[in-house]
Design a binder for this molecule. Structure first.
Ligand code: HEM
Length: 180
């Protein structure tokens, strides 16, 4: 690389994205410290960063992030599942089948039976469930509430759950600093 012009596009905790001549590259785990690895390399930053990032993201999407098809349920679907044999509820617009969880719930079965087949968002938040409890939700997630039934969702809550569908995605565009 010595003597060539390397244009750094972004730097993350994992590595750098850069442009070398007409090639755009992403390198993992290159720790870039001025005066060491980058010595002899002219480093600059361009404003096409954003476009380049979306290209990189689109390519990345080819291999791993096709948006998975989500099952949609109506409130009516959920309402039918309100017994110990089959117990669903809605929290923040997402539908959970917690049939197998009821017995394990640290807050007891009773409160869950009271919410069975309904939107339990408010009572779930009123209790102030821990991060652990929110993490547990993911394993019971079966789909989203149908948009027609979602009209009153999400207005009054500051707490939003991380999207269970995207939790495996690791390619981030966190840009702590850039060389200009
Ligand atoms: C499927 C959804 C739910 C999960 C995964 C869940 C999980 C948990 C967990 C892990 C705890 C222990 C404390 C904590 O970590 O926050 C807990 C406590 C509790 N939960 Fe839930 N919960 C759910 C739904 C609900 C709902 C709908 C209610 C309705 C009122 C409820 C009421 C309570 C209560 C009263 C406690 C005891 C709090 C305490 O003793 O301080 N939970 N829950």
């Amino acid at each position: 690389l010595i003597g060539q012009t390397l244009t750094v596009l972004f730097v993350t905790g994992k590595g750098i994205g850069y442009r070398l001549g007409n090639d755009a590259c992403v390198h993992e785990v290159i720790v870039l410290r001025q005066g060491t690895e980058a010595e002899g390399v002219q480093v600059s930053c361009r404003s096409f960063l954003t476009e380049w990032l979306s290209e990189a993201m689109a390519q990345d999407g080819d291999t791993q992030s096709e948006e998975p098809q989500v099952d949609l349920y109506t409130l009516e679907d959920v309402r039918k599942r309100n017994t110990a044999k089959e117990l669903w509820l809605v929290i923040h617009g997402r539908v959970y089948d917690i049939t197998k969880f009821v017995e394990e719930h640290p807050g007891g079965e009773e409160v869950l039976f009271e919410q069975a087949g309904a939107d339990a968002t408010e009572s779930f938040e009123d209790v102030g469930h821990s991060i652990d409890a929110r993490e547990m939700l993911k394993q019971y997630y079966i789909g989203d509430l149908h948009p027609d039934d979602c009209k009153n969702q999400g207005k009054n809550f500051l707490v939003q759950l991380a999207d269970p569908r995207s939790s495996s995605r690791s390619f981030g565009f966190h840009v702590p600093f850039l060389h200009g």
